[in-house]
Design a protein around this ligand. Structure first.
Ligand SMILES: *Cc1c(COP(=O)(O)O)cnc(C)c1O
Length: 518
């Protein structure tokens, strides 16, 4: 008879365990009616450890190198379990918690990661314990209605119509992919309606184009590739000095498509570009989409926080979109992941529908709400619960206050950087990002300027005192603050700017004194 457990003695074979029964030791880990005390104890241990971490974190990062962190894994053998959650948590402290990057720290100013609100963390704990899957009603019941109500609520805030709908997704990347999938299939159907020869899909795809600003998120290009159009199907539209899509540029590209017999399958307008937070002129873009019969997708992954802010007007025009991406995990202070794709006409979601006999047979479609009919995922997390508890506990207004605070702060920071001769800033933010760079002495080459800024960011990260991001503008190296933490003060921003200036000045003097080798 085969031995139970691992040869190294994970669980010693139990001679009293009859076939078809797992050992009591293994069964003790299942969450069920008999283990609720263990569940409470173990999860509380984890919560206490994280709480302790949060209470003692003094810097957003430790700056530990890849080699340093990797070295901690040397004595971990996944085939030799610790049999004890406390010991596993102690080990995790070393492997992860100690050197993790903490987004709640006021000097974490790097990417679009927000500090999260406690009601959402509560939601996360509930949803993973109950573990509903949002594909079908018979796996989710009330969870499906909660998600549907949140989709409706969001669509109403945007003003989408006439028959809005949507579904939660894993993130903006997936939301954009699904929106463009719907746009592609609508475009193919449109071409067939107007072509008597009924061309095959493979004949239509090479003619489809996606128009979006040169500052759009890369997931637009990636989606085009995944949807069988290729990266080249994405036509970049120029932007103005504030990094907003130029309507004249869009009109010119749409006309060019028309002239060349190409089909503008979708225009993607960004409401909050990842680098600059710039919002494309939604009304003008919507006018052009109507004129040329193009699907309008608004990527509000970042800007969706405006829906609950006193700056709601900045999203005016989004209600005319065919589809909208919102990332609650960017500007609604939700834990990853929490995102949704919304559409103005629910009939378009049919392009994501597949009826599987075992799951959602067609004959049940009218009787039971099955969210899988609207999603490109099957098994799907009940992420909506986090936003639900957030709205039920603190309310949309409080979320908006938090977002407005970071946008206000970004404007203050813009003035500070604009007035500081050591730095140069690219645009005045509409949302909460700031792209700027340290300026070395006037006779410095552009390459030296790039190196100095890169090195300043690197040494700052290694110090762990603050974390900032980087990007390029017209091929040159810049630094970026993404403010999403309402606890970040102007004092924090001044302090981080001082650190950057110090590191950059040091790098500059080192670069200048280094012998030139060509
Ligand atoms: C972050 C972002 C995305 C991608 O969203 P993920 O949730 O990271 O997948 C798409 N568009 C914009 C404008 C973004 O800022």
């Amino acid at each position: 008879m085969a031995l139970l457990g691992h040869p190294d003695g994970d669980y010693p074979p139990d001679p009293h365990t009859p076939p078809g029964t797992a050992s009591p030791a293994a069964r003790a880990h299942l969450l069920n009616d008999r283990t609720t005390r263990t569940y409470q104890r173990v999860v509380t241990e984890g919560v206490e450890r994280v709480a302790h971490r949060f209470a003692s974190v003094t810097h957003p990062a430790t700056g530990a190198s890849v080699a340093e962190v990797a070295a901690e894994f040397a004595d971990v053998d996944l085939d030799r379990p610790l049999h004890d959650s406390r010991r596993a948590l102690e080990e995790l402290e070393r492997l992860y918690l100690r050197d993790a990057v903490y987004f709640h720290h006021p000097r974490y100013l790097a990417h679009l990661n927000c500090p999260i609100v406690i009601p959402a963390v509560l939601g996360e704990a509930v949803l993973s314990a109950v573990n509903s899957s949002l594909d079908t009603w018979d796996q989710s019941t009330g969870a499906t209605l909660i998600e549907r109500q949140l989709v409706e609520w969001t669509a109403r805030r945007i003003g989408l119509g006439p028959n809005p709908d949507g579904v939660f997704t894993s993130g903006g990347t997936q939301s954009n992919l699904q929106a463009l999938l719907l746009a592609r299939d609508e475009a193919c159907a449109g071409v067939r309606r107007h072509t008597p020869s009924l061309p095959r899909t493979s004949e239509i795809l090479p003619r489809l184009r996606v128009l979006t600003s040169e500052c759009a998120h890369f997931s637009v290009a990636k989606s085009a590739a995944l949807l069988g159009l290729g990266y080249d199907a994405v036509v970049p539209v120029p932007t103005d000095a504030d990094k907003r899509m130029l309507p004249e540029g869009l009109a010119a590209e749409l006309e060019r498509c028309h002239r060349d017999g190409l089909v503008p399958m979708a225009v993607v307008a960004t409401a909050g570009t990842t680098d600059f937070g710039s919002i494309d002129p939604l009304e003008e873009v919507a006018d052009l989409c109507r004129r040329f019969g193009a699907w309008l997708h608004v990527d509000a992954a970042y800007g969706c926080g405006l829906l609950v802010s006193r700056r709601r007007h900045l999203l005016d025009g989004a209600e005319r979109a065919d589809s909208v991406t919102v990332d609650f995990h960017k500007s609604f202070f939700q834990p990853v992941s929490s995102s949704a794709v919304l559409v103005g006409d629910r009939a378009t979601l049919r392009h994501a529908t597949y009826h599987a006999d075992y799951l959602n047979p067609e004959d049940t479609a009218d009787r039971v709400p099955n969210q899988v009919d609207k999603s490109i995922q099957t098994t799907r997390r009940f992420d909506a619960l986090k936003l639900w508890l957030t709205l039920r506990v603190m309310g949309a207004g409080a979320v908006g206050e938090l977002f407005d605070a970071v946008v206000d702060r970004a404007d203050e920071a813009w003035t500070m950087i604009e007035d500081d001769p050591r730095f140069e800033i690219v645009t005045r933010p509409q949302l909460s990002t700031l792209v700027f760079r340290y300026l070395p002495r006037a006779d410095a080459t552009p390459e030296l300027c790039d190196r100095v800024n890169r090195r300043a960011r690197q040494t700052l990260f290694e110090s762990g005192l603050a974390v900032v991001a980087a990007t390029t503008v017209a091929g040159r190296q810049y630094l970026k603050f993404t403010l999403l933490n309402p606890e970040t003060s102007t004092h924090d921003i001044t302090a981080v700017l001082e650190l950057i200036a110090e590191h950059a000045a040091l790098a500059e003097s080192e670069e200048l004194s280094r012998p030139r080798v060509s």
